[in-house]
Design a protein. Sequence first.
Length: 136
Amino acid sequence: MKLYMLDTNIVSHIIKGDIPVIRERLVTLPMQSIVLSSITLAELLYDLAKRSYPKGLTTRVHEFLIRVNVLAWDNHVADSYANLRAACEAEGVTLAPLDLMIAAHAKALNAVLVTQGKAFSRVLDGLNIESWEQRV
């Protein structure tokens, strides 16, 4: 089964519901194929913490999280990160540190990284990306 790893921005749009085509694409896939990196989980929880856990948003985030698999970083992912970071640096490609960690996680799992981030398209080291902003 093909896995789709959602980056933090895509998850935010799903939770806010502000880009309907993203939610429309999500519901076309089996939920067991949708995964998050534990890095994305950390970013979501940080966003709630810095906002002092607003009730409505906290509820929506938790409702989303109970429906998806959050995958932990392990030694295999760390190895993928090391290789991807070295390849990016050799090519002069710069990603934000947490974005690079999410990309390495997707690459380690051979998952499709679902993102709006244009910077990911510069990663040439076998990263499979999709944008759900356009209808398919």
